[in-house]
Design a protein around this ligand. Structure first.
Ligand SMILES: Cc1cc2nc3c(=O)[nH]c(=O)nc-3n(C[C@H](O)[C@H](O)[C@H](O)COP(=O)(O)OP(=O)(O)OC[C@H]3O[C@@H](n4cnc5c(N)ncnc54)[C@H](O)[C@@H]3O)c2cc1C
Length: 362
Protein backbone atom coordinates (compact mmCIF):
# COMPACT_ATOMS: atom_id res chain seq x y z
CA UNK A 1 0.00 0.00 0.00
CA UNK A 2 1.54 3.24 -1.14
CA UNK A 3 -1.36 5.35 -0.10
CA UNK A 4 0.14 8.55 1.33
CA UNK A 5 -2.62 9.28 3.78
CA UNK A 6 -2.41 5.76 5.20
CA UNK A 7 1.36 6.24 5.64
CA UNK A 8 0.93 9.48 7.54
CA UNK A 9 -1.33 7.87 10.13
CA UNK A 10 0.19 6.45 13.33
CA UNK A 11 1.47 2.93 12.84
CA UNK A 12 -0.07 -0.01 14.61
CA UNK A 13 -3.61 1.35 14.56
CA UNK A 14 -6.39 0.34 12.25
CA UNK A 15 -8.57 3.07 10.88
CA UNK A 16 -10.86 0.92 8.76
CA UNK A 17 -13.78 -0.89 10.29
CA UNK A 18 -13.12 -4.60 10.50
CA UNK A 19 -15.55 -6.25 8.02
CA UNK A 20 -16.80 -8.54 10.80
CA UNK A 21 -18.17 -5.44 12.58
CA UNK A 22 -20.20 -4.24 9.61
CA UNK A 23 -23.20 -6.21 10.88
CA UNK A 24 -23.55 -3.63 13.69
CA UNK A 25 -26.34 -1.31 12.50
CA UNK A 26 -28.62 1.27 14.04
CA UNK A 27 -28.55 3.71 16.93
CA UNK A 28 -29.73 2.85 20.42
CA UNK A 29 -30.66 5.03 23.33
CA UNK A 30 -30.83 3.49 26.81
CA UNK A 31 -34.01 4.78 28.47
CA UNK A 32 -33.24 5.44 32.12
CA UNK A 33 -36.19 4.67 34.36
CA UNK A 34 -36.56 4.23 38.07
CA UNK A 35 -39.83 2.88 39.44
CA UNK A 36 -41.59 3.66 36.18
CA UNK A 37 -40.33 7.25 36.00
CA UNK A 38 -38.26 7.90 32.89
CA UNK A 39 -35.46 10.42 33.15
CA UNK A 40 -36.02 13.29 30.65
CA UNK A 41 -32.42 12.95 29.39
CA UNK A 42 -33.60 9.77 27.65
CA UNK A 43 -36.03 11.76 25.50
CA UNK A 44 -33.38 14.40 24.78
CA UNK A 45 -31.11 11.59 23.57
CA UNK A 46 -33.87 10.10 21.42
CA UNK A 47 -34.30 13.55 19.81
CA UNK A 48 -30.58 13.69 19.03
CA UNK A 49 -30.46 10.00 18.12
CA UNK A 50 -33.27 10.56 15.61
CA UNK A 51 -31.14 13.15 13.76
CA UNK A 52 -28.09 10.88 13.73
CA UNK A 53 -30.16 7.86 12.63
CA UNK A 54 -31.68 9.85 9.76
CA UNK A 55 -28.23 10.92 8.62
CA UNK A 56 -26.96 7.35 8.68
CA UNK A 57 -30.28 6.08 7.29
CA UNK A 58 -30.55 3.46 10.03
CA UNK A 59 -33.32 2.73 12.56
CA UNK A 60 -33.40 4.32 16.00
CA UNK A 61 -33.92 1.95 18.91
CA UNK A 62 -34.80 2.63 22.54
CA UNK A 63 -33.79 0.16 25.23
CA UNK A 64 -36.11 -0.26 28.21
CA UNK A 65 -35.03 -2.56 31.03
CA UNK A 66 -37.02 -3.47 34.15
CA UNK A 67 -39.19 -6.02 35.90
CA UNK A 68 -42.79 -5.14 35.27
CA UNK A 69 -43.99 -4.95 31.69
CA UNK A 70 -47.25 -3.21 32.62
CA UNK A 71 -45.34 -0.47 34.46
CA UNK A 72 -42.95 -0.06 31.54
CA UNK A 73 -45.62 0.04 28.80
CA UNK A 74 -46.17 3.84 28.99
CA UNK A 75 -42.40 4.36 28.80
CA UNK A 76 -42.22 2.19 25.67
CA UNK A 77 -44.95 4.20 23.96
CA UNK A 78 -43.36 7.49 25.04
CA UNK A 79 -40.06 6.31 23.54
CA UNK A 80 -41.79 5.76 20.20
CA UNK A 81 -43.45 9.17 20.50
CA UNK A 82 -40.04 10.75 21.03
CA UNK A 83 -38.59 9.20 17.89
CA UNK A 84 -37.76 5.50 18.39
CA UNK A 85 -38.61 3.09 15.56
CA UNK A 86 -38.04 0.06 17.76
CA UNK A 87 -38.17 -0.47 21.51
CA UNK A 88 -36.07 -3.30 22.89
CA UNK A 89 -37.81 -4.27 26.09
CA UNK A 90 -35.97 -6.62 28.40
CA UNK A 91 -37.84 -7.78 31.48
CA UNK A 92 -36.92 -10.03 34.34
CA UNK A 93 -37.51 -10.22 38.07
CA UNK A 94 -33.92 -9.38 38.96
CA UNK A 95 -34.25 -6.10 37.04
CA UNK A 96 -36.78 -4.55 39.45
CA UNK A 97 -34.32 -2.03 40.91
CA UNK A 98 -31.23 -0.70 39.24
CA UNK A 99 -28.14 -2.73 40.04
CA UNK A 100 -24.97 -2.43 38.03
CA UNK A 101 -24.50 -6.18 37.82
CA UNK A 102 -27.94 -7.15 36.54
CA UNK A 103 -28.40 -4.16 34.24
CA UNK A 104 -24.93 -4.65 32.72
CA UNK A 105 -25.77 -8.27 31.96
CA UNK A 106 -29.19 -7.42 30.52
CA UNK A 107 -27.88 -4.59 28.33
CA UNK A 108 -24.81 -6.46 27.05
CA UNK A 109 -27.03 -9.44 26.19
CA UNK A 110 -29.29 -7.17 24.11
CA UNK A 111 -26.31 -5.58 22.37
CA UNK A 112 -24.77 -8.94 21.55
CA UNK A 113 -28.06 -10.18 20.16
CA UNK A 114 -29.13 -7.16 18.07
CA UNK A 115 -25.75 -5.45 17.38
CA UNK A 116 -26.35 -1.69 17.30
CA UNK A 117 -23.51 0.49 15.96
CA UNK A 118 -24.05 3.34 18.44
CA UNK A 119 -25.27 3.15 22.06
CA UNK A 120 -26.10 6.37 23.93
CA UNK A 121 -26.85 6.83 27.64
CA UNK A 122 -27.54 9.89 29.80
CA UNK A 123 -24.55 11.09 31.84
CA UNK A 124 -26.56 10.78 35.06
CA UNK A 125 -25.32 8.92 38.14
CA UNK A 126 -27.04 5.76 36.88
CA UNK A 127 -25.97 6.23 33.25
CA UNK A 128 -22.32 6.83 34.09
CA UNK A 129 -22.23 3.78 36.32
CA UNK A 130 -23.87 1.52 33.75
CA UNK A 131 -22.04 2.80 30.65
CA UNK A 132 -18.60 2.11 32.12
CA UNK A 133 -19.29 -1.49 32.98
CA UNK A 134 -21.17 -2.19 29.74
CA UNK A 135 -18.29 -0.76 27.67
CA UNK A 136 -15.65 -2.79 29.51
CA UNK A 137 -17.77 -5.95 29.35
CA UNK A 138 -18.25 -5.52 25.60
CA UNK A 139 -14.63 -4.42 25.15
CA UNK A 140 -15.56 -1.29 23.22
CA UNK A 141 -14.91 2.47 23.40
CA UNK A 142 -16.90 4.89 25.57
CA UNK A 143 -16.78 8.68 25.63
CA UNK A 144 -18.28 10.01 28.86
CA UNK A 145 -20.12 13.26 29.54
CA UNK A 146 -20.36 14.47 25.93
CA UNK A 147 -21.70 17.88 24.98
CA UNK A 148 -21.90 17.31 21.23
CA UNK A 149 -22.46 14.36 18.89
CA UNK A 150 -21.90 14.22 15.16
CA UNK A 151 -21.23 11.76 12.36
CA UNK A 152 -17.90 11.66 10.50
CA UNK A 153 -18.88 11.96 6.83
CA UNK A 154 -15.78 10.00 5.76
CA UNK A 155 -16.39 6.78 7.62
CA UNK A 156 -19.88 7.14 9.23
CA UNK A 157 -18.40 6.85 12.72
CA UNK A 158 -19.65 8.74 15.77
CA UNK A 159 -17.75 11.91 16.68
CA UNK A 160 -18.26 12.40 20.42
CA UNK A 161 -17.12 15.75 21.81
CA UNK A 162 -16.55 16.39 25.50
CA UNK A 163 -14.80 18.98 27.65
CA UNK A 164 -11.62 17.74 29.28
CA UNK A 165 -8.92 19.01 31.66
CA UNK A 166 -11.58 20.67 33.79
CA UNK A 167 -13.19 22.23 30.73
CA UNK A 168 -10.09 23.92 29.31
CA UNK A 169 -10.02 21.69 26.21
CA UNK A 170 -12.75 20.21 24.01
CA UNK A 171 -11.81 16.89 22.47
CA UNK A 172 -13.60 14.88 19.82
CA UNK A 173 -13.22 11.14 20.24
CA UNK A 174 -14.00 8.41 17.70
CA UNK A 175 -14.21 4.66 18.21
CA UNK A 176 -13.07 3.49 14.80
CA UNK A 177 -12.67 -0.22 15.09
CA UNK A 178 -14.91 -1.43 17.89
CA UNK A 179 -18.67 -1.67 18.08
CA UNK A 180 -20.94 -0.37 19.44
CA UNK A 181 -19.57 3.16 19.73
CA UNK A 182 -20.70 4.29 23.17
CA UNK A 183 -21.23 7.75 24.64
CA UNK A 184 -22.89 9.30 27.66
CA UNK A 185 -24.38 12.78 27.23
CA UNK A 186 -25.10 15.37 29.89
CA UNK A 187 -28.73 16.15 30.69
CA UNK A 188 -30.04 19.30 28.98
CA UNK A 189 -27.23 19.63 26.44
CA UNK A 190 -29.54 18.28 23.72
CA UNK A 191 -32.89 19.95 23.12
CA UNK A 192 -36.04 18.16 24.23
CA UNK A 193 -37.83 16.85 21.12
CA UNK A 194 -41.51 17.46 20.45
CA UNK A 195 -43.57 14.41 21.51
CA UNK A 196 -45.47 12.85 18.60
CA UNK A 197 -47.99 10.49 20.18
CA UNK A 198 -49.25 9.43 16.72
CA UNK A 199 -45.88 7.91 15.72
CA UNK A 200 -45.81 4.16 15.49
CA UNK A 201 -43.07 1.70 16.25
CA UNK A 202 -42.47 -1.87 17.23
CA UNK A 203 -41.71 -3.32 20.66
CA UNK A 204 -39.20 -6.19 20.57
CA UNK A 205 -39.57 -8.18 23.78
CA UNK A 206 -37.04 -10.39 25.43
CA UNK A 207 -36.93 -11.91 28.86
CA UNK A 208 -33.88 -11.83 31.04
CA UNK A 209 -33.43 -14.67 33.46
CA UNK A 210 -30.86 -14.70 36.21
CA UNK A 211 -31.02 -16.45 39.57
CA UNK A 212 -31.36 -13.87 42.33
CA UNK A 213 -29.03 -16.05 44.43
CA UNK A 214 -26.24 -15.52 41.90
CA UNK A 215 -26.44 -11.69 42.11
CA UNK A 216 -23.94 -10.30 44.59
CA UNK A 217 -25.53 -6.89 45.26
CA UNK A 218 -28.87 -6.66 47.07
CA UNK A 219 -31.30 -3.77 47.34
CA UNK A 220 -32.38 -3.63 50.98
CA UNK A 221 -34.40 -0.45 50.90
CA UNK A 222 -35.29 2.47 48.67
CA UNK A 223 -34.97 5.94 50.16
CA UNK A 224 -36.13 8.63 47.72
CA UNK A 225 -33.82 11.59 47.35
CA UNK A 226 -35.69 14.50 48.91
CA UNK A 227 -33.89 17.04 46.74
CA UNK A 228 -35.12 15.17 43.67
CA UNK A 229 -38.67 16.32 44.31
CA UNK A 230 -37.65 19.98 44.16
CA UNK A 231 -36.92 21.65 40.84
CA UNK A 232 -33.57 20.44 39.64
CA UNK A 233 -31.39 23.12 38.12
CA UNK A 234 -31.05 21.53 34.65
CA UNK A 235 -34.84 21.24 34.33
CA UNK A 236 -35.88 24.49 36.03
CA UNK A 237 -38.13 26.76 33.94
CA UNK A 238 -36.73 29.93 35.48
CA UNK A 239 -33.24 30.45 36.91
CA UNK A 240 -31.97 33.43 38.86
CA UNK A 241 -28.18 33.21 38.83
CA UNK A 242 -25.59 35.30 40.58
CA UNK A 243 -21.90 35.93 40.07
CA UNK A 244 -19.12 37.64 41.96
CA UNK A 245 -20.86 40.93 41.22
CA UNK A 246 -23.33 40.11 44.01
CA UNK A 247 -20.49 41.25 46.25
CA UNK A 248 -20.79 39.01 49.29
CA UNK A 249 -22.44 35.74 50.32
CA UNK A 250 -25.24 37.42 52.29
CA UNK A 251 -26.40 39.20 49.12
CA UNK A 252 -27.21 35.81 47.58
CA UNK A 253 -30.25 35.79 49.85
CA UNK A 254 -31.66 38.54 47.58
CA UNK A 255 -31.55 36.04 44.70
CA UNK A 256 -33.25 33.34 46.78
CA UNK A 257 -35.97 35.88 47.70
CA UNK A 258 -36.58 36.73 44.05
CA UNK A 259 -36.52 33.04 43.13
CA UNK A 260 -39.15 32.26 45.77
CA UNK A 261 -41.50 34.92 44.37
CA UNK A 262 -41.22 33.89 40.71
CA UNK A 263 -40.84 30.13 41.26
CA UNK A 264 -37.24 29.92 40.12
CA UNK A 265 -34.12 27.99 41.01
CA UNK A 266 -30.91 29.76 42.03
CA UNK A 267 -27.76 29.25 39.99
CA UNK A 268 -24.23 30.62 40.33
CA UNK A 269 -20.89 31.02 38.62
CA UNK A 270 -17.85 28.95 39.48
CA UNK A 271 -15.95 31.56 41.53
CA UNK A 272 -19.06 31.99 43.69
CA UNK A 273 -19.19 28.23 44.31
CA UNK A 274 -15.45 28.10 44.94
CA UNK A 275 -15.78 30.88 47.48
CA UNK A 276 -18.39 28.75 49.24
CA UNK A 277 -21.26 31.25 48.85
CA UNK A 278 -23.58 28.49 47.53
CA UNK A 279 -23.44 24.71 47.11
CA UNK A 280 -21.57 23.19 44.18
CA UNK A 281 -24.67 21.70 42.53
CA UNK A 282 -25.84 25.24 41.72
CA UNK A 283 -22.88 25.93 39.45
CA UNK A 284 -23.85 26.63 35.85
CA UNK A 285 -21.30 26.26 33.08
CA UNK A 286 -18.81 24.03 31.40
CA UNK A 287 -17.69 22.36 34.62
CA UNK A 288 -21.12 22.73 36.22
CA UNK A 289 -24.68 22.14 35.02
CA UNK A 290 -26.05 22.83 31.55
CA UNK A 291 -29.42 24.57 31.76
CA UNK A 292 -32.13 25.52 29.27
CA UNK A 293 -34.77 27.50 31.19
CA UNK A 294 -37.37 29.74 29.61
CA UNK A 295 -35.88 32.64 31.55
CA UNK A 296 -32.34 33.09 32.90
CA UNK A 297 -31.68 36.18 35.02
CA UNK A 298 -27.90 36.74 35.36
CA UNK A 299 -27.01 39.14 38.16
CA UNK A 300 -23.41 40.33 38.48
CA UNK A 301 -22.14 37.74 36.01
CA UNK A 302 -19.50 38.81 33.48
CA UNK A 303 -20.48 36.18 30.88
CA UNK A 304 -17.17 34.28 30.58
CA UNK A 305 -17.22 31.59 27.89
CA UNK A 306 -17.11 28.80 30.49
CA UNK A 307 -20.31 30.16 32.03
CA UNK A 308 -21.94 31.01 28.72
CA UNK A 309 -21.75 27.47 27.31
CA UNK A 310 -23.84 26.20 30.21
CA UNK A 311 -26.72 28.68 29.79
CA UNK A 312 -26.81 30.10 26.28
CA UNK A 313 -29.56 27.63 25.33
CA UNK A 314 -31.96 29.59 27.60
CA UNK A 315 -34.95 31.07 25.74
CA UNK A 316 -34.59 34.55 27.30
CA UNK A 317 -31.53 35.90 29.11
CA UNK A 318 -31.76 39.05 31.21
CA UNK A 319 -28.35 40.40 32.28
CA UNK A 320 -27.87 42.84 35.15
CA UNK A 321 -24.35 44.24 35.34
CA UNK A 322 -22.76 47.55 36.34
CA UNK A 323 -20.27 47.34 33.48
CA UNK A 324 -21.87 48.17 30.10
CA UNK A 325 -18.91 46.45 28.39
CA UNK A 326 -19.41 43.13 30.21
CA UNK A 327 -19.36 40.26 27.64
CA UNK A 328 -22.73 38.99 28.86
CA UNK A 329 -24.42 41.91 27.07
CA UNK A 330 -23.17 40.45 23.76
CA UNK A 331 -25.58 37.52 24.02
CA UNK A 332 -28.23 38.59 26.56
CA UNK A 333 -31.79 39.09 25.24
CA UNK A 334 -32.27 42.10 27.54
CA UNK A 335 -29.50 43.99 29.32
CA UNK A 336 -29.81 46.23 32.36
CA UNK A 337 -26.80 48.34 33.39
CA UNK A 338 -27.41 48.58 37.12
CA UNK A 339 -26.22 47.54 40.56
CA UNK A 340 -27.76 44.10 41.02
CA UNK A 341 -27.71 44.41 44.80
CA UNK A 342 -30.10 47.36 44.51
CA UNK A 343 -32.09 46.19 41.50
CA UNK A 344 -32.88 42.62 42.60
CA UNK A 345 -34.95 43.61 45.70
CA UNK A 346 -36.82 46.14 43.55
CA UNK A 347 -37.54 43.44 40.97
CA UNK A 348 -38.67 41.05 43.70
CA UNK A 349 -41.11 43.64 45.01
CA UNK A 350 -42.40 44.49 41.54
CA UNK A 351 -42.95 40.82 40.73
CA UNK A 352 -44.61 40.25 44.09
CA UNK A 353 -47.16 42.96 43.38
CA UNK A 354 -47.76 42.04 39.73
CA UNK A 355 -48.12 38.35 40.48
CA UNK A 356 -50.51 39.07 43.36
CA UNK A 357 -52.71 41.07 40.98
CA UNK A 358 -52.52 38.34 38.34
CA UNK A 359 -53.38 35.66 40.90
CA UNK A 360 -56.29 37.67 42.26
CA UNK A 361 -57.63 38.10 38.71
CA UNK A 362 -57.43 34.43 37.81
C1 LIG B 1 -11.28 25.30 33.07
C2 LIG B 1 -12.28 26.31 33.54
C3 LIG B 1 -13.60 25.92 33.75
C4 LIG B 1 -14.54 26.85 34.21
N1 LIG B 1 -15.83 26.46 34.40
C5 LIG B 1 -16.73 27.38 34.77
C6 LIG B 1 -18.12 27.05 34.95
O1 LIG B 1 -18.54 25.91 34.80
N2 LIG B 1 -18.97 28.03 35.31
C7 LIG B 1 -18.57 29.33 35.50
O2 LIG B 1 -19.41 30.18 35.82
N3 LIG B 1 -17.29 29.65 35.37
C8 LIG B 1 -16.36 28.72 35.01
N4 LIG B 1 -15.06 29.10 34.90
C9 LIG B 1 -14.69 30.45 35.32
C10 LIG B 1 -14.95 31.50 34.27
O3 LIG B 1 -13.84 31.58 33.40
C11 LIG B 1 -15.15 32.87 34.93
O4 LIG B 1 -14.06 33.14 35.78
C12 LIG B 1 -16.42 32.97 35.75
O5 LIG B 1 -17.55 32.56 35.02
C13 LIG B 1 -16.62 34.41 36.18
O6 LIG B 1 -17.58 34.48 37.17
P1 LIG B 1 -18.35 35.82 37.49
O7 LIG B 1 -19.03 36.29 36.27
O8 LIG B 1 -19.15 35.55 38.70
O9 LIG B 1 -17.19 36.79 37.96
P2 LIG B 1 -16.48 37.97 37.23
O10 LIG B 1 -15.94 37.54 35.91
O11 LIG B 1 -15.55 38.56 38.23
O12 LIG B 1 -17.64 38.99 36.93
C14 LIG B 1 -18.35 39.72 37.88
C15 LIG B 1 -19.22 40.70 37.11
O13 LIG B 1 -20.07 41.40 38.01
C16 LIG B 1 -20.13 42.74 37.61
N5 LIG B 1 -20.49 43.50 38.81
C17 LIG B 1 -19.70 43.91 39.84
N6 LIG B 1 -20.43 44.51 40.79
C18 LIG B 1 -21.71 44.47 40.36
C19 LIG B 1 -22.95 44.91 40.92
N7 LIG B 1 -23.00 45.50 42.12
N8 LIG B 1 -24.08 44.70 40.21
C20 LIG B 1 -24.03 44.12 38.99
N9 LIG B 1 -22.89 43.68 38.42
C21 LIG B 1 -21.76 43.85 39.10
C22 LIG B 1 -18.78 43.06 37.04
O14 LIG B 1 -18.89 44.14 36.12
C23 LIG B 1 -18.44 41.75 36.34
O15 LIG B 1 -18.90 41.75 34.98
C24 LIG B 1 -14.13 28.18 34.44
C25 LIG B 1 -12.82 28.55 34.22
C26 LIG B 1 -11.89 27.64 33.77
C27 LIG B 1 -10.49 28.08 33.54
Amino acid sequence: MNDKTEDSKPKGRRFKLDPSLEVYKGIWVFVEQERGQAHPVSWELLGEGRKLADRLEVPLGAVVVGADEAMLAPICSDAIGYGADLVYLSTGEVLADYRNETYTKALTALVNEHKPEILLLGATTLGRDLAGSVATTLGTGLTADCTELDIDPDNRSLMATRPTFGGSLLCTIQTLNYRPQMATVRPRVMAMPEAQPERSGEVVRSSFALEEASVLSKVLDFIPDEAREGAQLPYAEIIVAGGLGMGKPENFQLLFDLAAVIGAEVGATRPVVQAGWVEADRQVGQTGKTVRPRLYIAAGISGAIQHRVGMEGSDVIIAINTDPKAPIFDFATYGIVADAVQLIPALTEAFRQRLAVARAAS
